[in-house]
Design a binder for this molecule. Sequence first.
Ligand code: NI
Length: 232
Amino acid sequence: MNKSLLGASLISLALAAPLAYAHEAGDILVRAGAITVNPKADSSSVKVDQGPLKGADLGGKATMSSDTQLGLNFAYMFSSHWGIELLAASPFEHDVKLKGTALGAANGKLGTLKHLPPTLSVVYYPLDGKSAFQPYVGAGINYTWIYDEHVGSQAQANGFSNFKAKNSWGMAFQVGADYMITDKIMLNAQVRYIDIDTQATVENNAVAPGTRAKVNVDVDPFIYMVGLGYKF
Ligand code: NI
């Protein structure tokens, strides 16, 4: 298909929207796509909370890398405007780094962690049935399960061990849009903000026996997903 033909058929696709494109009560929407978790990762300074140096403030902060995985949405419409939606994904993995602490050996990559952030939201579609373009907003609750924390090899060589991060409950907000290509198949794009807060701890017996440091991290990521969906 050449470009002008493709353009013409996309335009006719967009104009030919007389069908019942909007979601209706009882519809089940399943979407899959690429999902990116981009942590804001503001953190407290790193403090020693156990051992002979207890109370020492090492300064600095923790940061986290972003990661992209397979994202899945399962939505059930209980009216043409309102639905409930579950976000699922394959496990995310992030590098955790410490920056600017008073303990030079602590700076750099501390390690990695994995997490799953299932999120249950109520979604609202404001438009009526004539539009193939169906934007929506949503709000809900997130549980982030953090697991498989590992100290990196360099940090391990510097005496760090037993890296742990706590799970998190928080609010989640989203905006998105479905574009109905047919009455069953949709393109989707969405952005979420999720309040994920964790407390990470790591031990270091090389600095002084029994030393443990902790840092409170506002992971608070923006989460982006683009994908395809199917309406059952
Ligand atoms: Ni937060």
